[in-house]
Design a protein around this ligand. Structure first.
Ligand SMILES: [Zn+2]
Length: 414
């Protein structure tokens, strides 16, 4: 998958500038290309499938064999339906093994840590002068968010069928929910000049700072910002400088690899994904298309990669060289270096491309335990920051009041 806007004319100066931005402020992603392609070519109808035996096109070794469905789920005896993905062989489309029907646990005072527990709040941000499209797109947005969330338990080999399983140690993201236990999506009209200001929502005085000033600054919240449309600066004469999904990664930007909840990445951060391509008609295929993009940004917002990770990619800071997984790019820019340390699947394709940390040694390495298949925590991630330690995932401890107080949300993105 090519990065958005890359082409024969891109110059070293622009890349150098972008690299500096990657290191200093945020981590960007190439996955916006998918939604753009989707606008040109409607996806075929989605269908239900079981978890695949292995990445499509990789008949031999299956590094994800332990992530196969339990027999009870294959028989359909686990309700609600957990396993749902889109797959097709059309040119330009990759397979996304994600699950938009994944259950969402209720975020309520009496459940699993109460409403003080670290949780993801979704914001639907639009320019204040433009008509909202949230209502007709909400069902698709929630499917995309559930699909994104499913990447985390699936990557840990943790499958479940009840709220109790979720709370115990699923490593699913903890969402702020409505009273009827659906993912809360709060609509926020923003001034148009803030919305369309500069190519990075994390720039000083940009949308992120404006949202913090509006009170979205709780240390126990990470904000998933769904932008109603792509900001206008992406559509000018120079699409090379166009808008891309991005997230704050405090582990990377502050150089913090502390493995404990004292890590700066375990508190407030923002991610931004433009979702203008979501259709109004419910369409799990389109939701699945956005889900991996959101999951990629969620991984950054949780602090992937921490500095010094064994496969930190010097040619693409914030991303691993050990591919394929959901944090890997596809083909990238000339000069960027990638390995295929996880089975040799074609870049951007297959099950591996929808899972975190394919060798479980860089940023997501979850210790196992009953009833899960044991997964030994990697030596490096046991001693450094792994996003699988985060209190924003069910099953991990919560920070103390003192730790929360020690991590106030900065006025400007660090
Ligand atoms: Zn990225």
């Amino acid at each position: 998958m090519a990065r958005l806007g890359s082409g024969a004319t891109d110059g070293a100066a622009r890349r150098t500038k972008e690299r500096a931005r990657l290191v200093a402020v945020a981590v960007t992603c190439s996955l916006l290309l998918g939604p753009l392609l989707a606008l040109l070519q409607p996806p075929p109808a989605s269908a239900r499938y079981p978890e695949p035996a292995g990445p499509r096109g990789q008949a031999a070794a299956d590094p994800y064999a332990r992530f196969r469905l339990p027999a009870s789920a294959r028989r359909g005896s686990v309700a609600p339906p957990l396993w749902y993905e889109r797959s097709n062989g059309a040119p330009g489309w990759t397979e996304r093994w994600v699950y938009p029907d994944l259950p969402v646990a209720c975020y309520q005072p009496a459940a699993a840590g109460g409403t003080s527990a670290s949780a993801w709040q979704v914001l639907w941000v639009r320019p204040s002068g433009e008509r909202s499209t949230l209502a007709p797109k909400l069902a698709n947005a929630r499917m995309a968010l559930r699909a994104a969330g499913s990447v985390f338990p699936a990557s840990a080999g943790r499958f479940f069928g009840s709220d109790a399983d979720l709370y115990r140690d699923s490593l699913s993201p903890r969402w702020v929910t409505t009273d009827d236990c659906r993912i809360s999506v709060r609509e926020v009209p923003a001034p148009a000049d803030v919305y369309d200001r500069g190519p990075w929502a994390t720039s000083d005085g940009g949308l992120r700072d404006w949202l913090v000033a509006q009170g979205f600054s709780e240390p126990n919240r990470k904000y998933v910002v769904l932008l109603q449309r792509t900001p206008r600066y992406a559509t000018g004469d120079n699409p090379e400088s166009g808008w891309q999904p991005h997230a704050e990664d405090y582990a990377a930007s502050l150089g913090d690899s502390d493995p404990s909840l004292d890590n700066a990445a375990n508190y407030n951060s923002f991610l931004f994904v433009a979702v203008g391509g979501l259709p109004k008609r419910p369409d799990p295929a389109m939701a699945d298309w956005y889900g991996p993009t959101i999951a990629h940004e969620m991984a950054h917002a949780l602090g992937a990669l921490a500095p010094g990770a064994p496969h930190a990619n010097p040619s693409n800071p914030g991303h691993p060289s050990d591919c394929n997984d959901i944090l890997c790019y596809g083909d990238g820019y000339p000069g960027e270096r990638y390995d295929v340390g996880c089975g040799g699947v074609r870049a951007g394709s297959g099950l591996a491309a929808s899972r975190l940390d394919c060798n479980q040694d860089d940023y997501f390495s979850a210790a196992g335990g009953p009833p899960w298949a044991p997964v030994a925590e990697g030596a490096w991630t046991a001693q450094r920051w792994s996003i699988s330690h985060s209190s924003f995932l069910y099953g991990n401890p919560q920070p103390t009041a003192a730790q929360l107080a020690a991590h106030p949300t900065p006025v400007h993105s660090p």
